[in-house]
Design a protein. Sequence first.
Length: 146
Amino acid sequence: MKNAGLEFVVGVFIIAGIACLGYLSTKYAKMEVVGDAGYQVTAIFPNTGGLKKGAQVEIAGVNIGRVRDITLDNYRARVTIMIHNTVRIQDDAIARIKTKGLLGEKYVDIIPGGSDVELEHNGTIRETQAPVDIEELISKFVFGKV
């Protein structure tokens, strides 16, 4: 009888440990498991320059969402973005892909618009700016092609 109680406590401890490990893994990977608190918008870029799924989306340096998916659409990159419900994006906003630091990770920076019309769920950010291609700039500088 005493042995069964000890086995029960050890089992509960192991299950709690596995649950904590799962929770920490999803938080570290920045994944949403229980619902997505936000709305989805898309932006179409000529290229993504190394942007990855899960990358941050920011306005004024503040994280407002994540890149949910990147797909090819008519030879251009369609970036699907989840935006927190507390933030509204205007229909004339500009989305651009930037790099944190010189060699850092890519993220989407949104410049808010001045319109009173806000994007709805599954709306599209019409104005986009592709990332600066360092290799292209260097080749123009070295070979004098402007």
